[in-house]
Design a protein around this ligand. Structure first.
Ligand SMILES: Nc1ncnc2c1ncn2[C@@H]1O[C@H](COP(=O)(O)OP(=O)(O)OP(=O)(O)O)[C@@H](O)[C@H]1O
Ligand SMILES: [Mg+2]
Length: 266
């Protein structure tokens, strides 16, 4: 009788691989037979497009869900190629930031909106925008776990302390259950000495919290969104896809304990 594990994919730094990680983990777990919902919580709508759904054609989105103008159960779509369900987003969501401020329970809107659908899934991933905004706050209040994609660069660690501070404040005030599920190294170039150094700093700093799977810089991961197909489906043999399949296995081991791993329908 367990319900979904909600995982927010967060880093306020732009372009670190949040969406690529969200889309490919959703697809990898779906391929392994798990029931997955991907929530696109970014007005850029990249997770929507990367899932093969045209954000411009999506008339009802997570924006409507957040503002109480529609139900998640009616607005979610099937991302056929990825094998998961999607709550789409588009630029309309940028307005929510302002409109939410006026509303009661403004940080808890997403959590409340997902309450009716979460029993349908084992995993819900929330792809966050590159900011610590009210949208991201909604994800942190809804989630049980935070997954932090990181590029191994000089400034990577600096932004991390702001994020960790925000997570602590959310835990203290709004969501006592929130934990850092793990950090994942993305776009990794093993030939780059700085990347190696930052990577080992992360190991020292975060120990067990750091996922062992490392996502390499891989052009197939960058190309897949233009086909509206997650790379793990589009080119499963590519190094990037294989890294995400390995990461999904680790996520399953780490986060899946509370999730029923009932046999998939044959
Ligand atoms: N491992 C990788 N190798 C090569 N390219 C990658 C990799 N991961 C992501 N990319 C590309 O880098 C860009 C940024 O990735 P992505 O959109 O996943 O980051 P993001 O953190 O979601 O960005 P934003 O903060 O704008 O939402 C995209 O063009 C994506 O295709
Ligand atoms: Mg993104």
């Amino acid at each position: 009788m367990s319900s979904a594990r909600l995982i927010a994919v967060v880093n306020q730094k732009g372009g670190v691989g949040k969406t690529t990680t969200s889309v490919n983990l959703a697809a990898a777990l779906a391929r392994a037979g798990h029931r997955v919902l991907l929530v696109d919580l970014d007005p850029q709508g990249n997770a929507t497009m990367g899932s093969g759904v045209d954000k411009r054609a999506a008339t009802r989105t997570v924006y409507h869900v957040l503002l109480g103008l529609g139900e998640a159960a009616k607005i979610r779509l099937r991302a056929e190629r990825g094998g998961y369900d999607l709550l789409p987003a588009n630029r309309e969501l940028a307005g929510a930031e302002v409109e939410l401020v006026e509303l009661h329970n403004r940080e808890g809107r997403l959590k409340a909106a997902l309450a009716n659908v979460r029993a349908d899934y084992e995993f819900v991933f929330i792809d966050c925008p590159p900011s610590l905004s009210l949208l991201t706050l909604n994800a942190l209040v809804a989630a049980q776990s935070v997954l932090i994609p990181m590029q191994c660069e000089y400034y990577a660690l600096e932004g991390l302390s702001d994020l960790v501070g925000t997570i602590k404040r959310v835990r203290a005030n709004l969501n006592a259950k929130l934990e850092i599920g793990g950090l994942v190294r993305t776009m990794y170039d093993a030939r780059n000495t700085l990347a190696q150094q930052v990577s080992s700093q992360l190991e020292t700093h975060f120990g067990e919290k750091l996922y062992r799977s490392i996502v390499p810089r891989n052009v197939r991961l960058a190309e897949a969104p233009s086909y509206g197909t997650p790379a793990v489906v589009w080119d499963p043999e590519s190094k990037g896809a294989q890294a995400y399949v390995a990461l999904a296995q680790e996520v399953l081991e780490r986060e899946g304990a509370s999730v029923s791993t009932a046999d998939q329908a044959a």
